[in-house]
Design a binder for this molecule. Structure first.
Ligand code: GDP
Length: 428
């Protein structure tokens, strides 16, 4: 049975949560495959807002098993708090399953994240300081502690004691900090966390394959986005995992042959949080307008996002990197009041035109966008539910994007609500 991947195609915050939620209706399993609790999906259901950090969006549907795959890094305290918050709102989380192979984020990862960012000073990466990078670093260094270790107290204690010998040297000698007490932390995790998480811990690779083999639909839900990908993003201003569609294979344990549909999510304009190159960035009143109307402030951090025009060069690259089969455009309504719209169709790098993303990042820093200007529509789109109700200028804008990017736009978001979208073109 076909598996679908939903992936962000810009620098995150594209509104993946809402689109995933929409597509999830036809799914039996929704699997997160990378990232940690820096995802911050927001869903609005019946006027109530749900901010999800770790739990997959599908949790809001009774027929879906939400799965946290092996590629995710899990802060167990945050996960339990999120489950408690959802349950308090009446959302049943008992179907949630967490991979035993997923790595744990523990307090010393957060401390290291905070300290390294502080010591980098003006060169800081702008991480969310949640310990995600240090946890992935430990995974690669083979000193990480996995969710399954919670099920064996002796192993957990042994691994924690061993890893803290090293971390405590760094805390003391590099950062002049007090050491983390291994016994104290082990006691806390083994009493506060392990018993509460145990019912959710599972062999999620078998779960995913049993589901696929039974002919069910499986959705792989990416967090962050293509240009924050560790390999393909604007390094080092990236996340420490692989959000691109291929990350679903490693992060959930399936081969690429299962994946038939890859839905890219793009905002009708672009935003980015923190540092890093951004060719179409706006520093004028239009940028302020996009931030204000689009409420472009981080779900978890409250940080103002940097705004810019839609960049078709980036999107062409996202189509390649993810094998996108279709695109969903979100937040078209945020452009309602603008008289004219610009779309970046190519870059000028030192007098040379680039239709595709230059591989050298210095060229990206030097890139001047080549824009095409299109008319705005000057009316409120938030009540539109059918393509034929869209004003001609909005159709022109979307068709222009389709032509520039080379894949059909299947869905268009016109408001934050679950029902505020338009079916635009059929999937190719
Ligand atoms: P994600 O991390 O990609 O899920 O993105 P966020 O949740 O950070 O940002 C999406 C925000 O935009 C949320 O507040 C959504 O409710 C909202 N949103 C999603 N789609 C639309 C849309 O089409 N129009 C408007 N106005 N808001 C939207």
């Amino acid at each position: 049975m076909p598996a679908t991947v939903v992936v962000g195609t810009q620098w995150g915050d594209e509104g993946k949560g809402k689109l995933t939620d929409l597509i999830a209706k036809e799914m039996q399993l929704v699997v997160r495959y990378q990232g940690g609790h820096n995802a911050g999906h927001t869903l609005v259901v019946d006027g109530e807002s749900f901010a999800l950090q770790l739990v997959p969006s599908g949790v809001l549907y009774d027929h879906i098993t939400p799965v946290i795959g092996n590629g995710v890094v899990v802060d167990p305290f945050v996960l339990l708090a999120e489950i408690a918050t959802l349950e308090a709102k009446g959302v049943d989380c008992s179907r949630l399953r967490v991979s035993g192979n997923a790595h744990l984020i523990l307090p010393y990862h957060q401390e290291l994240d905070r300290l390294t960012e502080r010591y980098l000073g003006k060169n800081k990466l702008g991480t969310t300081k949640r310990g995600i990078g240090p946890a992935y670093a430990d995974k690669a260094m083979r000193v990480g502690i996995r969710v399954q270790d919670l099920l064996d107290a002796d192993i957990f204690r042994e691994k924690l004691t061993a890893v803290l010998v090293d971390k405590n040297k760094v805390f003391a000698r590099v950062y002049n900090r007090l050491p983390e007490d291994a016994d104290e932390l082990a006691d806390r995790v083994l009493t506060e966390v392990a018993p509460a998480l145990e019912p959710y811990i599972a062999d999620t690779v078998s779960l995913v394959h049993d589901s696929l083999e039974a002919g069910q639909n499986v959705l792989f839900e990416g967090a962050q986005a293509t240009f924050l990908d560790l390999d393909h993003g604007t390094y080092p201003f990236v996340t420490s995992s692989n959000p691109v569609a291929g990350g679903a294979c490693t992060g959930a344990g399936v081969g690429p042959r299962y994946i038939q549909r890859v839905v890219g999510i793009a905002k009708a304009y672009v935003t980015r949080v923190g540092a890093g190159p951004f060719p179409t960035e706006l520093f004028d009143s239009v940028g302020d307008h996009l931030v204000e109307v689009g409420r472009e402030f981080g779900t978890n951090t409250g940080r103002r996002r940097r705004p810019g025009w839609f960049d078709a060069v980036m999107l062409r690259q996202a189509v390649r990197l993810n094998s996108l089969s279709e695109l969903a455009i979100t937040k078209l309504d945020i452009l309602d009041a603008l008289e004219t719209l610009q779309v970046c169709v190519a870059y000028d790098v030192n007098g040379v035109r680039h239709d595709h993303l230059p591989y050298h990042q210095s060229d990206l820093h030097a890139a001047t966008p080549i824009y095409e200007t299109l008319p705005g529509w000057g009316c409120d789109l938030t009540g539109v539910t059918e393509r034929h109700q869209l004003p001609a200028a909005a159709v022109q804008y979307l068709e222009f994007l389709e032509q520039q990017v080379g894949v059909p736009i299947t869905y268009v978001g016109v408001g934050p609500g679950r029902e505020q979208f338009v079916h635009f073109s059929d999937a190719g």
